[in-house]
Structure formats: C-alpha cells, structure tokens
Design a protein around this ligand. Structure first.
Ligand code: CAA
Length: 256
C-alpha cells in the first residue's frame, strides 16, 4: 500500500516508517494516524525483524495536529485520543523491536509515539517533551503512564507540569532516550542498530519483548483508561480553546 503522509521502506528485513508531513513538522492528523496504523500492520505481516520510526525533514513529530484539535468537542476528543492510542499500542505490541530515530522536534504526541517504541536514539539537535499543558490539555497518547516508567515519577511530573522541552543530552540524562548521536551520524547509527536487532533470532526477540511488556500490563491498562477520559474531558474548556487558538494565531495564551 502507499500513503500520502507516511512512507514504509525496506532494507532487507528492516522496515522504516517515516511520517512525511514536513510542512506541518510531521504533526499527526487523522489521515496520518490511520496511515501509520496500516503501515504498521503491513510491516508486521511482511515479517519485519526490526522497525524504525522517524520523521521527514527536520522534525521527528511535532505532536498531534493542533489545528485539527482546536475545535474538538469532548466526544470528538475521546475518539481522537483513542485513535492515537491505537497507533501507540500497535507500536508497543509490534512483533519485532522498534526504534524511534528522533531526528528533530518530538513534542506531545510525537514524544508519546517515541515512548511507545522499544528504543530511542536522538540526534543531538533534537528537542523532546510533553508540551500539552501549554495548550490547556494533558498528554493524550500515553505519556502519563509511559513517561513516569521511563524517567521516574518526579521527573515526569516536572516535564508534564512545566511542558519542558528537553534537549537531547538532557533527555538522555533522565532516561527518556537511550543514546544521543551527532545529527549527521543518526542514520548510520540507526542502520547499524536495526541491522543488529534484525539479525537476532526473531521468535526469541518477540518473546523477550512480550515478556518485558508484561511489566506494563494491569496498572498501565487502567492508567491509560483514566488518561483517555481525562484527555477527552479537557476539550471544550476555556483553556483548551484558548491554548490552541493562541498557537494557531501565533500569540501568547490568556489562560483562566
Ligand atoms: N500541529 C499542527 N501544526 C503544527 C504543529 C502541530 N503540533 N507543530 C507545528 N505545526 C505547523 C505550524 O503551524 C507551521 O505551519 P504554517 O507554516 O502553516 O503556519 C509549521 O508547522 C511550522 O511550524 P512553526 O512555524 O511553528 O515552526 P518553528 O520552527 O517556529 O517552531 C515548533 C517549531 C517549536 C515545533 C513549534 O511549531 C511548536 O511549538 N509546535 C507545537 C508543539 C506542541 O505543542 N506539540 C504538542 C501538541 S498537543 C499533543 O500532541 C496532544 C497529545 O498528547 C495527543
């Protein structure tokens, strides 16, 4: 299959899924999320032994599409949250190891897609964070659950409460990314890592991944269900409308 805003490319058994909306810094809209879901399904069916997620141009993924979100009702916010979660869950459950190649901005839903991958490698110029608070909402695709697991409770609270935008080195210091490399080395480092992963016994690899994912079961499920309700409930509030209008109109928000 082919899609307008997502590319799925192969190098041997390694599949690379590139979000390709560079004019919007790869912000995720409905079309792109649906395409990502289909591309992940295709990559799994075709037997990928490793999958790389990255973004076209200078950004990884600058988050969920704020222009789309700005007028959503609570019910629409709920459906929107669920669609993003489906993609994040598909990444987490992908039957082979996944690597986020963070080549640039990874904010909000972009950071959340990276967190749903098994491993994260960032280019040194990348900026990463869950910035939703400044739009009058909360992370909606898993960060309230996955971020504390990766960086610890205190750091996750700081990042989400303050909407911090960490540089790659700081993200590595707190454990949000596993490795930082020079911008012009990212592609080679990712190729080498993905090829190494793909060379390992596939069934043992999948089993190891499923076993590690068990640590997320139970409490993650109820936590995600809570996040879904909380995320949806913020659509239609004054601060959500104001935060997103301010972004679109390129001005400072005036929160309640
Ligand atoms: N949604 C929609 N469009 C976006 C976008 C987003 N998340 N991020 C960037 N864009 C668009 C801009 O509107 C702009 O489009 P136009 O040229 O049509 O005006 C284009 O991409 C380039 O962006 P900028 O001009 O802003 O580029 P910049 O280099 O000055 O700034 C940036 C880059 C710092 C990433 C800035 O764009 C930014 O802060 N973006 C928003 C990041 C953010 O808050 N993401 C979280 C979204 S909420 C979320 O993801 C919810 C969730 O949990 C599901």
């Amino acid at each position: 299959m082919s899609w307008d805003t997502v590319r799925l490319e192969w190098d041997g058994d390694v599949a690379t899924l590139t979000v390709d909306r560079p004019d919007a810094l790869n912000a995720l809209n409905i079309e792109t999320l649906e395409a990502m879901g289909e591309a992940l399904e295709e990559a799994a069916e075709e037997g990928a032994r490793a999958l790389v997620l990255t973004g076209a141009g200078d950004a990884f993924i600058a988050g969920a599409d704020i222009k789309y979100m700005q007028d959503l009702s609570t019910a629409e916010g709920e459906a929107w949250g669920a669609l993003g979660h489906d993609v994040a869950d598909a990444l987490e459950a992908f039957p082979a190891p996944t690597i986020a190649a963070i080549n640039g901005y990874a904010f909000g839903g972009g950071c959340e897609m990276a967190m749903a991958c098994d491993l994260r490698v960032a280019a040194e110029s990348a900026l990463i964070g869950n910035t939703e608070i400044d739009l009058g909402i909360i992370p909606g695709w898993g960060a309230t659950q996955r971020l504390p697991r990766l960086v610890g409770d205190e750091t996750a609270r700081r990042m989400i409460f303050l909407g911090e935008r960490l540089d790659a080195e700081s993200a590595a210091e707190v454990g949000l990314v596993g490795e930082v490399v020079a911008d012009d080395e990212l592609e080679d480092v990712i190729d080498e890592l993905a090829t190494r992963l793909a060379s390992k016994p596939a069934f043992a690899m999948q089993t190891a991944k499923q076993a590690i994912n068990q640590t997320h079961e139970g409490s993650q499920e109820s936590g995600i269900a809570y996040e879904k309700r909380a995320f949806a409930s913020l659509f239609g509030t004054h601060d959500q409308r104001e935060g997103m209008s301010a972004f679109v109109e390129d001005r400072e928000p005036d929160f309640e």
